[in-house]
Design a protein around this ligand. Sequence first.
Ligand code: ADP
Ligand code: ADP
Length: 224
Amino acid sequence: GSLLSAEGLCKAYGSTMALDGASFSIHPGEVVAVMGPSGSGKSTLLHCLAGIVPPDSGTILYQGRELSAMNDAQRSALRRSEFGFVFQFGQLVPELTCVENVALPLRLNGARRKEAERTALTWMERLEVDDLAKKRPGEVSGGQGQRVAVARSLVTGPRVVFADEPTGALDSLNGERVMELLTDAARTTNAAVVLVTHEARVAAYSDREIVVRDGKSRDMERAV
Ligand code: ADP
Ligand code: ADP
């Protein structure tokens, strides 16, 4: 069955229809690229799916539960326990070390420091940034910082990772490395990835593309 699905999503900002009837479903372990030109509604779609922004109409089901039927506390608990997030930049807390950043979601879920940091380190090893554990985000490169952010997005064992232009600030070599490590890690843990990108080279790491145009979505199987 599907893990996360959307049916007829609409969202307007004033007279701008950011989403105009988007529908699709995402299965466990699938890496789905949300493609489309700038301003087509990709970020709005991601924010709706993650329960951050409520759609004006339409339904979103996560494991058969309607997001709009949950209260804010339930949606926020869902985000903390079932979802992971990676953004383009500026997501690491500068005052914390890299391992503290990766451990943060576990600490917010009530884990003790030692245990949280031990788990964080195993994810940093997988993302090949464990040697940066004691450094602060300001002391690492862009590519390293994004791999730390990916480790943090996976540390709670999420069922869905939402990634909004995760390689947008990187050169192509570092971008490809981040995508390789993110999709490998997601496939081993059977987490779905919802990847917003406008770059075909980044979307090439997905199993399937959802193309958004003027707020409408079109589902395309990847031609291989
Ligand atoms: P994309 O991610 O594809 O660039 P967005 O989802 O960010 O597209 O935006 C879709 C449309 O909605 C754009 O026209 C954008 O200007 C508008 N929009 C998005 N968020 C807001 C907001 N918070 N307030 C007003 N307009 C917004
Ligand atoms: P990567 O390929 O891992 O992104 P780079 O080739 O960009 O790394 O950088 C090589 C080394 O230079 C890194 O190990 C890092 O410690 C250091 N470095 C790069 N960019 C920065 C930065 N903005 N601030 C501090 N150190 C940096």
